[in-house]
Design a protein around this ligand. Structure first.
Ligand SMILES: [Zn+2]
Length: 313
């Protein structure tokens, strides 16, 4: 069952626009993504949290093309990637090594099924990319992976790469029992420069005080409250910021969406040399390919790909 309080993002301002924030909660999007993949539980959990972070970060940006969050490392999970279109279509996938996942657990003598993202990913980097898909080179910010939680990794990104004062907290609720599914979300608040030297009646002291208060409020926000299906985004924000001139400026919805197609895949495969295509074929001269994001299977005849190659020449 879908809940109207989830798969959505509220944009808000505090103190007449001195602070800009977003509150995001996901449920059905995660359910669809994870059902497509059937990953081990700890990989699913890491991907759910990464998807929530991508939804939060993308919602802070103005773009018309595609936003991508990619975490790449040398650990048991070597890749977590989510992309989000301007109209809120999200897809995610992970790459992992099952043997390494088991070995890591044995080494740490842990019985925990779930581990923090940095544990699973190891050393590497996180990249946020905005590709406007208009022929211009994409914008990309990168940071190395340092921190104990995904929230810490992301805060380091905003500090090192964007250099914007940022408060952020991510939440995840894992399924208990058969009927439940993942819920995840996040809240972000950034201090933004006041527009064009506009006269403001907010003193620097007031700005600092609001920032300190907001940090304490966000820190005190508990998972049970943040992911309470009976609370609307507005109710949560009002509880947190009712004394800070809260202004909710809009709501945006997210849904799962994959952009793969037979045509696109055919084009990609046709880029391989005839020898490579030969190698990919089964005994009957067919190539089976599966989309990494949605697990949709596509089947091609060798002749289709070779013919396409001729057309390209
Ligand atoms: Zn797909």
């Amino acid at each position: 069952m879908t809940n109207k309080n989830f798969d959505t993002c509220a944009s808000f301002y505090l103190e007449g626009g001195a602070f800009m924030g977003r509150l995001v909660r996901l449920n059905t999007v995660l359910k669809t993504i994870l059902k497509n993949h059937q990953y081990p539980q700890n990989v699913s959990s890491a991907l759910a949290e990464t998807t929530a972070l991508a939804a939060v970060c993308s919602s802070m940006l103005k773009f018309n093309g595609l936003f991508t969050l990619q975490i790449q490392g040398n650990g048991p999970v070597s890749l977590l990637v989510t992309d989000v279109t301007a109209d809120g279509k999200i897809r995610s996938c992970a790459k992992f090594d099952e043997k390494k996942l088991e070995q890591a657990k044995t080494l740490r003598k842990t019985q925990d099924i779930f581990e923090e993202v940095p544990h699973l990913v190891g050393g590497g980097y996180m990249a946020l990319t905005v590709d406007e898909q208009n022929g211009q080179p994409p914008y990309q910010g990168v940071v190395d992976l340092q921190g104990k939680t995904l929230t810490e990794l992301a805060l380091r990104y905003f500090d090192k790469s964007e250099q914007i004062p940022t408060l952020l907290k991510l939440f995840i609720k894992r399924p208990e029992g058969e009927s439940r599914s993942y819920m995840a979300g996040g809240i972000i608040l950034q201090k933004i420069p006041l527009k064009g030297g506009k006269k403001s009646d907010i003193t620097p002291e007031k700005i600092n005080q609001t920032w300190e208060d907001a940090a304490a409020f966000i820190e005190s926000l508990k998972e049970d409250e943040m992911l309470d299906a009976n609370l609307s985004l507005k109710q949560i924000l009002t509880r947190l910021f009712h004394q800070n001139n809260l202004e909710i400026s809009g709501v945006k919805n997210f849904e799962f969406g994959c952009r793969c197609s037979r045509e696109k895949l055919q084009k990609t495969l046709s880029g391989f040399s005839p020898a490579e295509i030969e190698e990919m074929c089964d005994n009957e001269g067919n190539i089976e390919a599966t989309c990494h994001f949605c697990s949709q299977k596509y089947s091609f005849k060798k002749t289709e790909l070779v013919n396409e190659q001729k057309n390209l020449q």
